[in-house]
Design a protein around this ligand. Structure first.
Ligand code: HEM
Length: 397
């Protein structure tokens, strides 16, 4: 009997790769009882599904927590289907319109302009932390520069950063991972407070525009975007910046330290960060719905079924990445990983994410060349089916 996905199981969170290799070989279209979804695991299939939004629909695919109780739903009211107009959660033609609006803020010039600020945020943090000689990389180093950069990009005042960071976590947990009923209600409270905050930020920028993402999007309300779309965009992009990049950085630093590849020589930083994204991606995949019956490798995925495109498995597909479990700092095609997705929903923040990873590795490598893992710690990941991030990472230098 073949095992199933199980985010509650230690083996699955720590090392799902032998299991995924078995699926690629023997059950490339796997029906997971645990996930209530079909899972595609081969690189070619995952990429083809991302590239075929007509058959693999994104509509409603992000709200994977279908376990909200009636009481929680009542509390959330009209926000119960939160994310229904978020760009990653809709199909064309709505997607085309939303994506065009969002992309205005992520021009290559706008992204490049953030490098200096991000470098400085890392330097400032290290000025404070470096003299201590030790830290928890996850809570004390990895998050702060990204959180501050994103807050500045969106237009969140410095005084509100901590509040926003905590509330973003509430909605992430509420909508993207199953929670017990009482916890749902607590999280719903935090989430509603957060929505109210974003609403007020939008209203403030409508009156008095600034040089930030919120002002740019607010100006499009009634022209290209609805009020709800703008609120969902802003609240979700805050998550993109607050969580995914720091998770990827933590995974990356752990990998480099374990492989004895620290500090990374400057000329290898770009490829090393791609190889780390490939082998230890912060995003494990994306969900889609089959818009029609889809036959693949002798299995029919019925119309309406949920499908997980496992980019984590695709990144370990030996037909594309030879000897996939081995870290190869100069692997020629490392950047072909699908950690940012592929096709029309390809991560709009990919260039910004890459820039942050490279810059952080450069600054950290220069300032803490003697970085090493603190002895005797247990390495643990958060339990999630869509993301991989460490709960803590104790380091010394
Ligand atoms: C290493 C960091 C990141 C990873 C691994 C990542 C991963 C992804 C993935 C896999 C998708 C595709 C979702 C799908 O097809 O269903 C996506 C889309 C998206 N990402 Fe990221 N992301 C990262 C950083 C960011 C950042 C920094 C931002 C913004 C500041 C961002 C904003 C978005 C948005 C708005 C979309 C939706 C695009 C669309 O649907 O057209 N991401 N991301």
């Amino acid at each position: 009997m073949i095992e199933d996905f199980d985010v509650g199981a230690d083996w699955h969170v720590a090392d799902p790769y032998p299991f995924l290799a078995g699926l690629r070989e023997r059950a490339p279209v796997f029906r997971s009882e645990h996930l209530g979804a079909y899972v595609l695991t081969r690189y070619a299939d995952v990429r083809a599904a991302y590239g075929d939004p007509r058959r693999f629909s994104s509509r409603g695919s992000l709200t994977i927590s279908r376990s909200l109780t009636q009481e929680t739903r009542e509390k959330l009211g009209e926000h119960g289907s939160f994310l229904s107009s978020f760009v990653a959660n809709v199909d064309p033609p709505d997607h085309t319109r939303l994506r065009r609006s969002v992309s205005r803020a992520f021009t290559p010039r706008a992204v490049a302009a953030m490098e200096q600020r991000f470098r400085q945020l890392n330097e400032d943090l290290l000025d404070r932390v470096a003299p201590r000689g030790r830290a928890d990389f996850v809570s004390e180093i990895g998050h702060e520069p990204s959180v501050k950069l994103t807050a500045r990009f969106i237009g969140v005042p410095a005084a509100d950063e901590a509040f926003v960071q905590a509330r973003v976590k509430d909605w992430f947990q509420l909508f993207l991972s199953p929670q017990p009923p009482r916890r749902q209600l607590e999280l719903a409270d935090g989430f509603l407070t957060y929505l109210d905050y974003v609403d007020r930020l939008v209203a403030a920028r409508a009156k008095d525009p600034q040089d930030d993402f919120t002002s740019l999007m607010t100006a499009l309300i009634g022209v290209e975007l609805s009020h709800r779309e703008v609120v969902e965009l802003i609240s979700t992009i805050l998550l993109g910046g607050n969580d995914t990049v720091p998770n990827q950085l933590g995974n990356t630093v752990l990998r480099l330290l374990r492989e004895g590849a620290w500090p990374v020589p400057p000329e290898l930083v770009a490829n090393a960060s791609e190889e780390c994204m490939r082998i230890d991606g912060a995003s494990l995949g994306s969900f889609r719905y089959a818009a029609e019956d889809v036959s693949l490798h002798g299995v029919t995925i019925p119309r309406g079924a949920l499908v997980l495109l496992s980019t984590d498995s695709a990144a370990h597909d030996g037909t594309v990445f030879p000897d996939p479990g081995r870290f190869v700092i100069d692997r020629p095609n490392a950047a072909e990983h699908l950690v940012f997705g592929y096709g029309i929903h390809f991560c709009v923040g990919a260039a910004l994410g890459r820039l942050q990873l490279r810059t952080a590795l450069e600054v950290l490598g220069g300032r803490l060349p003697g970085l090493r893992l603190a002895p005797g710690q247990d390495i643990a990941y958060r339990r999630s089916i869509v993301g991989r991030g460490l709960t803590s990472l104790l380091v010394e230098w």
